[in-house]
Design a protein around this ligand. Structure first.
Ligand code: NAD
Ligand code: LMR
Length: 336
């Protein structure tokens, strides 16, 4: 029986007693808006036994700070100034979480970040392919719909590619869908969110939530809010960046899911992965239901047959967009 994940469960578990598991987690971009609270949450997770923090600057301070939290894990922080700093952060890592790169400002799309973030992700993925090719990569840096294909191409070039181990983290969309519908439902329920991680490629499957009845207007409004939830935060931060705290929570949940799966638990998550589901339509990456095990992806499940006609239409439209982002990412590595 595969358990789905709830936000509250992670908060409760984060401070529970130690679990005998050796798991090094590396965070690349650890001094940033996401990187700092994410490092904090990972330090609080008893499944993490070692944290390797890397950023171009300020990481030793973050490491010293979170290092005082009383879980039995060791923390080390490296910067670009340290000899082999990135290598040291990555050595022995089971998971590498990548929130390195620039965030959006009001008026920008995630794709507007491509010019800066594509090379950051490519270079960091190259280091992972060299130092810890068997680690699971959790890519947060936007545009996720392109950065995951970029990391994939880098691993293919280095001849160490394993599609079971590269994930685009879309968990924040799941948290948003769950939270936004929570008031209507009167409880927090898992809401599957599939597709990708940008605008209309984000598809919440409200039809799959037991006991949820929405009018057409409610369904349209909630769907739009999940698709453009990131813009709400960008607007509210007014030039100071995008979601950081909720993203750190989401990243910590996804990392915890992989660590629990590595410890032998059956875990169901949703993530942007390489899949054959839409291969006939020329699309290789899609966020869907993913069963996890110690190697990463155990099984990729198709969307339930019972999704609504409205959701089927959203999937159709998303595929058109996703193909463009995927092609852009793939071409970037091929041309460099
Ligand atoms: P930020 O600017 O606060 O932090 C980014 C960090 O990356 C900085 O500390 C910077 O020094 C570091 N960095 C830059 N180049 C680096 C390199 N080559 N190596 C290591 N570190 C490097 O930004 P943020 O708010 O933390 O957002 C980071 C990224 O995450 C953005 O691209 C943002 O769009 C994305 N994001 C994704 C999601 C998602 O759901 N997947 C959610 C929120 C934000
Ligand atoms: C989000 O969904 O919050 C992130 O992708 C950041 C953004 O640019 O909106």
């Amino acid at each position: 029986m595969f358990a789905t994940r709830g936000a509250i469960k992670l908060a409760a578990r984060s401070f529970s007693t130690a679990v005998p598991q050796q798991s090094k987690v590396a965070v690349l971009g650890a001094a940033g808006g996401i990187g700092q609270p994410l490092s904090l949450l990972l330090k609080a997770n008893p499944r993490v036994t070692e944290l390797g923090l890397y950023d171009i600057h300020n990481t030793p301070g973050v490491a010293a700070d979170v290092g005082h939290i009383n879980t039995l894990s060791n923390v080390a922080g490296y910067t670009a100034k340290d000899t082999d700093g990135l290598k040291k952060a990555l050595e022995g890592a089971e998971l590498v979480v990548i929130p390195a790169g620039v965030p959006r400002k009001p008026g920008m799309t995630r794709d507007d970040l491509f010019n800066t973030n594509a090379s950051i992700v490519r270079n960091l993925a190259q280091a992972c392919a060299e130092v810890c090719p068997k680690a699971k990569l959790l890519i947060i840096s936007n545009p996720v719909n392109s950065t995951v294909p970029i990391a994939t191409e880098v691993f293919k070039k280095a001849e160490v590619y394993d599609p079971k181990k590269i994930f685009g983290v879309t968990t924040l969309d799941l948290l948003r869908a769950s939270r936004f519908v929570g008031d209507k439902l009167g409880r927090i329920a898992d809401v599957p969110v599939v597709g990708g991680h940008a605008g209309i490629t984000i598809i919440p499957l409200f039809s799959q939530v037991e006991g949820l009845e929405l009018s057409k207007e409610e369904r349209d409004a909630l769907t739009y809010r999940v698709q453009f939830g990131g813009d709400e935060v960008v607007k509210a931060k007014d030039g100071a960046g995008s979601a950081t705290l909720s993203m750190a929570f989401a990243g910590a949940r996804f990392a915890d899911s992989l660590l629990r799966a590595a410890a032998g638990e059956d875990v169901l998550e949703w993530a942007f992965v390489r899949t054959d589901l839409y291969k006939s339509e020329g699309l290789e990456f899609f966020s869907t239901y993913v069963k996890l095990d110690k190697d990463g992806v155990k099984e990729i499940l198709p969307l339930p047959a019972s999704i609504s006609e409205y959701e089927k239409e959203l999937v159709k439209n998303a595929i058109v967009e996703l193909k463009k982002s995927e092609a852009k990412g793939t071409a970037f590595v091929a041309g460099n």
